[in-house]
Design a protein around this ligand. Structure first.
Ligand code: ATP
Length: 353
């Protein structure tokens, strides 16, 4: 029996069917990440679980209890928002202890719980400060601390890092990861950032238009995407997905001569840049992005009719190539994905003889 179970969950906003029959089982202690493009319904789904929106159809059970219609305060969940939602006039200690005080917890127990959470989150020196006197990252940790002291059954995070700058986002991401390892608490985390999803999740739920596209571990989604949408949503830079009608030669190049009509996908790290004149494909460099550890080379590969496609290669080595230079390209063996015209994954075997 799963710990948190969603069955046929639906949500309407007027005529808009924002959440379209979601079935999902979450195990105790799992770190689940909801990702998807803007407007796909990930925040709404989290808010339905939190009890901040009413579920129009379907059921939600937590630890064997039906909480579909339970008020938010009775669900034993704690939510951390993007905006932190701290009380500005209260100290860090008061912010973190507020919910326990409301619940009439013994003051001695409150102090122990808050001090423990502050230690875990490196907030001990700041307990007497007000949020105004804290950095963005520290404020975010107070918001997390406020959730921790309540020892909820499930932590819900709604884009908690999106107000932080890139460096702090990376650092806080690592802290959240360690925190989950230490506390082992069941966590649902919403983000539109697929790097956060890949690094934090035990399992990722990819959403689009209020529906689940795929659920799996980060590497399952990366290696075996169920469709073109997931293939291109997970991984940066995006998987190259080429319409076989635009570059028919690619079928043979990747070893999928018998592929059905549709699209061929190749991850940038599986595109191998060769000297001009060698390699099974010939192209011309359009752009080089030198990222230090990685180099991205965007090449235009013609189809002989003046048209063609852009293919991006990612390599660990640096390059002396410049825009306009001719290059050869090869595709790493057995590294391709096939998609039909509707974008569904076709087994790679279908392309082989
Ligand atoms: P983002 O990453 O932009 O926050 P999201 O995936 O979290 O997007 P939601 O906020 O869940 O998306 O919204 C899903 C859909 O429901 C959108 O089309 C949105 O416009 C709509 N929606 C959300 N809340 C309401 C509301 N209170 N009233 C009407 N429509 C809403």
């Amino acid at each position: 029996m799963s710990f948190l179970q969603l069955q046929g969950v639906e949500k309407y906003f007027g005529d808009l069917r924002a959440i379209q029959g979601i079935d999902l089982s979450i195990q105790r202690g799992e770190f689940i990440v909801f990702v998807g493009p803007s407007g796909c319904g990930k925040s709404t789904l989290l808010r339905l679980i939190a009890g901040l929106e009413h579920i129009d159809r379907g059921t939600l059970t937590l630890d064997g209890r039906d909480i579909t219609d339970a008020p938010s305060s009775k669900r034993d969940l704690a939510m951390v928002f993007q905006s932190y939602a701290l009380y500005p006039h209260m100290s860090v200690y008061e912010n973190m202890s507020f919910a326990l005080k409301l619940a009439k917890e013994d003051p001695k127990v409150i102090r122990e719980k808050v001090e423990r959470a502050a230690r875990i989150l490196n907030l001990t020196p700041y307990l007497e400060r007000t949020p105004r006197a804290l950095s963005g990252g520290q404020r975010q940790r107070v918001a997390i601390g406020r959730a921790i002291v309540r020892a909820p059954k499930v932590f819900l995070f709604d884009e908690p890092l999106s107000n932080l700058d890139a460096a702090l986002r990376g650092q806080t991401r690592v802290e959240i990861h360690q925190l989950h390892r230490d506390l082992g608490a069941t966590t649902i985390y919403v983000t539109h950032d697929q790097v956060e999803a890949m690094t934090l999740a035990d399992r990722i739920v990819v959403l689009r238009d209020g529906q689940i596209e795929q659920v799996g571990t980060p590497l399952e989604l990366y290696d075996r995407p169920a469709n073109q949408f997931v293939a291109q949503f997970i991984g940066t830079p995006q998987m190259n997905v080429v319409d076989t009608a635009k570059l028919p030669a690619l079928r043979e190049v990747v070893g999928a001569a018998h592929a059905p009509d549709g699209f061929i996908g190749v991850r940038p790290e599986n595109v191998l840049v060769r000297a001009a004149g060698s390699g099974k494909l010939s192209g011309r460099v359009e752009l080089v992005e030198s990222l230090g550890a990685d180099t991205l080379i965007y090449a235009h590969v013609g189809n002989g009719n003046g048209a063609g496609v852009q293919i991006v290669a990612r390599q660990a080595e640096r390059t002396t190539l410049h825009p306009g230079d001719p290059v050869g390209l090869d595709i790493a063996p057995a590294s391709f994905h096939l998609f039909d015209r509707q974008g569904h994954t076709v087994p790679a075997a279908a392309g082989r003889a």
